[in-house]
Design a protein. Structure first.
Length: 344
């Protein structure tokens, strides 16, 4: 081995040794998190005689989420969801499916997200009112809007003070299912922070569905987030247009209130009314409402906080109906539940 080769080898060994001795950048393995909503339920009266008197346990939602920071401005998320069918008749094992799968770029406070992503339909109400472990928000529950879609969204502040913010999204209208290429959806919302505890939100969407069907929705919400109480009022109106059929209008009013009696006890209530019968009411999971009457929904319960990650929530839901076109009025639906909410 000549002198040049020897010196080169010694320099390479020295550089490698120095590199190993230097502090190494910490790996970024990402973060796993999860959530489980488990119910014990008992059905009292029900519009469907085959459902009346049933009781049991079901896993209403199971989430497993992986978040990864790819760089200073790039992040990604994959979320799996599994749930019981909730139709009071199907027996099957929990089958997970992909709920979220997206990549996000965050630049100057504006977030650009692409993939299978949350829509602006219900996420803000879920975040500010915080009752998602107990029940879905009205547009989601009554199958008036979709909480997920595949597409591109942009959101961020409008003014320097951060009082106004916006979200816009273009999706293929297929939700978590595969697209056939003949649907499209457009979403938009604008928010305004009136005061530290009070905020307003305006939302609209337009769905082009199969066979020339169009759904158009507008919604307004007011949120109050105080130290001892949380409240929200929502009004939404949807117009469904189908070639060869009369237009269907659906108006939904909802009010929710929660009182912080102590650090661990929070009673709550919710009241909804819908202006017309819901065509897919019998497909609403865990309720199976009647599609032959105009529903009025009432929810009351108490949240008991066991620790930062566990809640036990006894609650009672009832649905009454108003007749449609002078026809027979469906019977009342009543449900008693004890919900166990766990996050990790």
């Amino acid at each position: 081995m000549n002198g040049l080769t020897t010196r080169t080898l010694l320099v390479a060994i020295g550089l490698a040794t120095s590199a190993l001795a230097m502090p190494q950048e910490k790996p970024n393995p990402g973060k796993f998190s999860g959530m489980v909503f488990l119910d014990f339920y008992s059905v009292g009266t029900h519009n469907d005689a085959t459902v009346k008197g049933k009781d049991g346990f079901w896993a209403r939602r199971v989430y497993l989420t992986y978040d990864k920071k790819l760089s200073e401005k790039l992040s990604a998320q994959i979320r799996l969801e599994a749930k019981d069918p909730g139709d009071f008749s199907t027996s099957q094992t929990l089958e997970p499916f992909i709920k979220d799968a997206w990549v996000r770029y965050n630049g100057n406070g504006h977030k650009f997200t692409i993939g299978l992503i949350p829509t602006p339909t219900a996420g803000l109400a879920e975040e500010r009112l915080g009752y998602r472990p107990i029940e879905r928000t009205p547009l989601d529950m009554y199958k008036i809007g979709s909480t997920r879609d595949k597409g591109l969204s942009v959101q961020g502040p409008i003014d320097r003070d951060g009082k106004f913010d916006y979200s816009v999204m273009v999706g293929d209208g297929s939700g978590t299912k595969s697209s056939k290429g003949d649907t499209r959806a457009y979403y938009g919302r604008v928010g305004y922070k009136v005061a530290p505890e009070v905020s307003l939100d305006l939302y609209a969407d337009s769905f082009r569905k199969e066979a020339g069907v169009d759904w158009r929705t507008v919604k307004g919400e007011i949120f109050y987030q105080g130290k001892i109480a949380t409240a929200g009022i929502m009004y939404a109106s949807q117009k469904r247009m189908k070639p060869g059929s009369p237009d269907l209008g659906l108006n939904v009013f909802s009010i929710y209130g929660e009182y912080k009696a102590s650090e661990k006890v929070r009673p709550f209530l919710r009241y909804d009314t819908v202006s017309n019968a819901l065509p897919d009411a019998d497909k609403i999971e865990y309720l199976k409402l009647s599609k032959d009457g105009k529903p009025t929904f009432f929810l009351v319960g108490v949240r008991f906080k066991v620790d930062d990650n566990i809640e036990i929530v006894p609650n009672f839901e009832t649905v009454t109906y108003r007749s449609v076109g002078g026809g027979p009025t469906p019977g009342r639906d009543t449900f008693f539940r004890v919900t166990f909410s766990v996050k990790f």
